[in-house]
Design a binder for this molecule. Sequence first.
Ligand code: FAD
Length: 394
Amino acid sequence: MIVGAGMAGVQTAVALRELGWRDGITLLGDEPHPPYDRPPLSKAVLLGAAGAGVDVRFDVDFDALGVDLRLGLRAQALHAEDRHLVTDAGPLPYDHLVLATGAYPVALPGTAGLPGVHLLRTLDDAAALRPVLDARQQVVVVGAGWIGAEFATAARQAGCEVTVVEAAERPLAGVLPEVVTSRMRAWYEEAGVDLRTGTPVSAVEPGAVVLADGSRLAAAAVVVGVGARPATGWLAGSGVRLGDDGAVLADDRLRTTAPGVFAVGDCASFPSARYGERMLIHHWDNALQGPRTAAANVLGGDEPYDPVPYFWSEQFGRFVQYAGHHTDADTLLLRGDPSTAAWSVCWLRGDGRLAAVLAVDRPRDLAQARKLITRSATVDPSLAADPAVPLTAA
Ligand code: FAD
C-alpha cells in the first residue's frame, strides 16, 4: 500500500514492479486527477498561451503495471499496530506501507478562503492562476523563494505588473549567501519586477497587501510562496514518529518507527552520513531517487539512502541548478563573474572536498561537480575557480 499519488508514490509503485514485487499494489491519492508532475506547474503550464494545454500527467500505465489506483481517497489515520489505514472509504489493511504524502504550501495567517489569494502546489492551483495571467492582473507575490521567482517570471512574461514582497533582506536568504542572492536581486529588476525586501506582510485585504512599514500595495491577485510543510498531520498518534518540522523521521533505510512502514519524498527526513545531518528535501530528484531505495527495502533489501541532493529552477530566463549541500563553514569559490550571463559557485569543505555547486546556465559545471561530490573528491581551489578549466578531481 502506498499513500500519496505524487512523484514519490508513483515512483515507488514503478520501482516495486521493476524490482520484482509480484503481490498487489494499491496507490492511494486524495487529489481527483490522474497522477501528475509538479515542476511544470510554475513553468510551462503558466508560460505562454499554450501553457493551458501542457499535459503534466505521468507517462505511467497503472493498469499494465498492475497498480490499483484509488484517486480522490484520503488516508485519515494509521493504525500501525494492526496494520490498517482509516480512509474516507473505510478501513484498508496492508502488509507494507509506504508514506508518500508530500507537502502542503504554508498559507499566510488569516488568508484562507480570501478571494484573489492563491497558493501554487496543485494542478487546480495552477488552473486558478491561468486566468490571472490571461487577464494581466496586477499581482503581489509573497515570498522571493524558488516558487515566487518562477511565478513572477511567468507573470511578467504574461504582461502582469508584479511586486514581490520578501520578509528577509534578500531573496532566498535562508538558502544561499549574499554573493549569490545579490545577483539574483538584479534578475528581478531586469525583468521589471518590483522586489521589496525586509518588509513582512502585516495583512492581506481584499484587493491589497499591507506591509509592516505601512505601505499598501494594490493587488488583484496575491500569490503566496512562503514554503511548504510535510503533509503528515494525519499520522499523529500512529506510532510513526515525526520531527519538529513535521517530517516523518525515517532512518537511513527510509524505514519509519512503525514496523513495515517506509517513507519517501517531501514528507520524510532521513539522516545523511555524507553530510552528517538529517535532511528534509523538498525537491523532485529526492522524490525520484528515494522510492528505489524504499522499494528495495520493502522487498527485504538493506539499502542505505544517502543521495547527493539535486534540484533546478527556471527563473527570469535562466536555468539554475544546485547539487550537494553546503554550510556556512564551507569555503565559497566563484567560478566566473556573477554579473555575466553564466557562472557557478562551488563550496569546499575544510579538507578540500567539493561539497556543493550552484550553476547558472552552466549545466556542464553541474554535471561535472555532481560526479565529484558523489565520489567525495577533493578539488584544487585555484583550478576550480577558473571557469575555463573543467571541474576535475585534484
Ligand atoms: P507530492 O508531489 O506533494 O505528492 C504527494 C501527494 O499525496 C499529493 O497528491 C497529495 O495530495 C497526496 N496526499 C497528501 N496527503 C494525503 C493523504 N492523507 N491521503 C491521500 N493522499 C494524500 N523541484 C525541483 O527540483 N525543481 C523544480 O523546478 C520544482 N518545481 C516545482 C514547482 C512547483 C509548483 C511545486 C509545487 C514543486 C516543485 N518542485 C520542484 C518540488 C517537487 O515537485 C516536489 O519535491 C515533488 O513533487 C515531491 O513529490 P512527493 O510525491 O513527495 O509529494
